[in-house]
Design a protein around this ligand. Structure first.
Ligand SMILES: Nc1ncnc2c1ncn2[C@@H]1O[C@H](COP(=O)(O)OP(=O)(O)OP(=O)(O)O)[C@@H](O)[C@H]1O
Ligand SMILES: [Mg+2]
Length: 364
């Protein structure tokens, strides 16, 4: 079955005065997909969302919603729902009236509206608050009502701009799961914005990583985590050991990299030449008492052991002066290793991710 494209963004760009907030950007959102825009503050996430919503006009490029050209269509002609960080419920309307509002605007019959409101309140698990006013609800409950008001008229696409940003951690975790559940249950297509990486990994089918107004990388959470394509992507998502190096020889499957920072050389799967960066996730490395055949093995001194509950992180200083972080389940390590001790850090060549050189390395 062909996948239906709900939203197509094609070369859309935006500047404010001389400042480029969004470079030419293209992406597609599939039917039923949960796509997250992730990126640092000011990277252009909200700007892109505002243009999709029709609240801001692009300087160029085009938008298609359900196959219809919508670049300059007014917001009310787009079948799009929005939930923002501030829940913005109408304070003078009850919860039921708030939820009914978009249905009344669309002239649904009254009897049908009452049922829809009851159903959606069940869905967000707040059937008992229908007659209350927004001020009589907690922040998390208000956010759930904002969500209910958005999903009640079943828009084709829902845009959410940091909808959980104002909530405390526990509530955020709970609502993350709830949004995920609603997404599954209703099959809605969602374009979600956050700068919380954990939230991204929990929620998304695909992630669009933004950096300085452009798409740095787009892919599944797994892709971004295990196969980042740039130093920025490797650094932004999760913990990582990122070091520089130089590809010195090329074998059939393995490339040998010499790394001054590491004070040794290592192997990676793939082909490369010249300066580069390489990355290994801390949990893909492990401590050993001797080098191990077939694995990258680097000697160093254990400088710190950090217990964080289930996971223990060890910091190792290498001969080249670099610090490596190795992470493992607490019961598997940390019992025999003491700071000051000489250790080996070992990892499989296939866990070495090759990254392009940065401009300063290229210039050197
Ligand atoms: N109306 C505006 N006028 C001028 N500059 C703007 C305007 N709106 C956004 N910008 C600038 O465009 C850039 C991108 O802003 P945007 O709001 O899209 O970032 P963001 O990725 O959503 O960041 P955050 O995570 O902080 O919400 C920022 O540098 C911002 O200052
Ligand atoms: Mg924003």
């Amino acid at each position: 079955m062909a996948t239906t494209i709900k939203l197509r963004v094609d070369g859309v760009h935006k500047r404010f005065g001389s400042f480029v907030a969004l470079k030419e950007t293209s992406l597609e959102l599939r039917q039923g997909e949960f796509l997250t825009l992730l990126g640092p503050s000011g990277s252009g996430k909200t700007t892109l969302l505002m243009m999709v919503a029709g609240l801001m006009e692009p300087d160029g490029g085009n938008l298609w919603i359900d196959g219809q050209l919508a670049t300059y269509a007014p917001p009310y002609e787009r079948d799009i729902g929005m939930v923002f960080q501030s829940y913005a419920l109408f304070p003078h309307l009850t919860i039921a009236e708030n939820i009914a509002f978009p249905l009344r605007m669309r002239r649904h019959p009254s009897a049908q509206i009452d049922k829809q409101v009851r159903d959606v309140l069940e869905l967000v698990q707040l059937p008992h608050v229908a007659q209350r006013y927004p001020r009589e609800l907690s922040g998390g409950q208000q956010q759930r009502i904002a969500l209910a008001r958005c999903i009640v008229y079943q828009p084709s696409i829902i845009l959410m701009d940091e909808p959980l940003g104002a909530l405390d951690k526990k509530l955020r975790d709970q609502l993350q799961l709830e949004i995920k559940r609603l997404h599954k249950q209703l099959g809605t297509t969602i374009l979600y914005v956050t700068h919380d990486q954990e939230e991204t990994l929990t929620m998304s089918d695909r992630v669009c990583l933004m950096n300085h107004g452009h798409i740095e990388q787009i892919g599944t959470p797994n892709d971004l985590y295990f196969r980042p394509r740039t130093v920025f992507a490797a650094d932004f998502l999760g913990e990582s050991n990122i070091l520089s190096g130089q590809a010195v020889s090329q074998g059939e499957a393995l490339v040998t990299i010499s790394s001054a920072e590491l004070g040794g050389s290592l192997h990676a799967v793939g082909a490369h030449s010249g300066p580069l960066n390489w990355m290994v996730r801390p949990e893909r490395m492990r401590l050993a008492s001797a080098p191990e055949p077939g694995l990258n093995s680097i000697q160093g001194v254990l400088t710190e052991v950090i217990f964080t509950g289930g996971v223990t992180r060890s910091l190792i200083t290498t001969a080249g002066g670099a610090t490596l972080m190795v992470a493992g389940l607490t019961f598997e390590q940390g019992l025999t290793s003491q700071p000051g001790q000489a250790v080996w850090v070992v990892w499989h060549p296939s866990d070495t991710v090759l990254l392009p050189a940065t401009p300063t390395q290229e210039a050197a």
